[in-house]
Design a protein around this ligand. Structure first.
Ligand code: NAD
Length: 246
């Protein structure tokens, strides 16, 4: 099951997992987008089902997980990509509501999905795997405090759950992307071009760059990897956030 699978990094992850033979539940608040992706997978001979899901709503998440299990008989991989930042004022002028919304979407939303999926992940015959999309914003000072704090929270959540549920056969890993060309950058072509020049690898990332890491961490190739944060960041953490902020 991939949350946020209707667009961007989630959609690329769905396509990649399906191409490797996974049966995928595409869970998204944008049901129409999820349906398009699922249909594309089925047309290519794969197995996919779309389900409407708002990760901010516990019962919606539980219904989506139940649907995935009904459809495919089990759930062994959960990929959490639903999330996002949005625009808000400077820290000093940002009120509680923005904080609550961004923490709810980016941190508690992931908690809800993991909690609902956990019984199935523990029962998965080959072990369960959770791959969550964090951000380099959770690892260094790129600004956007509410979003960054939520993404940083995902790191310690991932480590704690890795320690707690490893003995029960469930792995938890975090992928931390740098700037990825998705629709969230659609109206910021100039910023994207400027950012591309700052990345050691000379470009911003594509959704497929992240999907490759997701597929690896979800797979048996990563059977002895849990609790890690894997930056997929074109080297930006190596040069440091000052380069981006200046
Ligand atoms: N694009 C980047 O530069 C970048 C960088 C680092 C991390 N990320 C993270 O990657 C993830 C995906 O972002 P993206 O750039 O692909 O954005 P996107 O907008 O293209 O995709 C996000 C998907 O999540 C869905 N979604 C939004 N709110 C939801 C909710 N409440 N419940 C269920 N689904 C919901 C959207 O409908 C959409 O399909 C996010 O967690 C984001 O924070 C993105």
């Amino acid at each position: 099951m991939v949350t946020g699978g209707g667009h961007g990094i989630g959609r690329a992850s769905v396509r990649r997992l399906a191409s490797e033979g996974a049966s995928v539940t595409v869970a998204d608040i944008d049901l129409a987008a999820a349906q398009l992706v699922a249909e594309e997978i089925r047309k290519a001979g794969g197995a996919a089902v779309a389900v409407g899901c708002d990760v901010r709503d516990r019962s919606s998440v539980e219904t989506a997980v139940a649907r995935a299990v009904d459809e495919f008989g089990r759930l062994d991989v959960l990929v959490n990509t639903a999330g996002g930042g949005g625009r808000h004022p400077e820290f000093a002028d940002t009120g509680d509501e923005v904080w609550e919304d961004l923490i709810d979407l980016n941190l508690v939303g992931v908690v809800r999905c993991i909690r609902a999926a956990l019984p199935h992940l523990r029962a998965a015959p080959g072990g369960g795997s959770v791959v969550t999309i964090g951000s380099v914003n959770g690892m260094a000072t790129f600004g956007g405090e509410p979003y960054s704090a939520a993404k940083s929270g995902l790191q310690i959540l991932t480590a704690n759950l890795a320690a707690k549920y490893g003995p029960q056969g469930v792995r938890f890993n975090l992928v931390a992307p740098g700037t990825i060309r998705t629709r969230v950058w659609d109206d910021q072509a100039d910023s994207l071009a400027r950012l591309a020049r700052l990345y050691p690898l000379g470009r911003v990332g594509e959704p497929d760059d992240v999907a490759a890491a997701v597929a690896f961490l979800a797979s048996e190739d990563a059977a002895w990897i849990t609790g890690v944060v894997l930056p997929v960041d074109g080297g930006i953490l190596s040069v440091g956030p000052a380069r981006i902020q200046s």
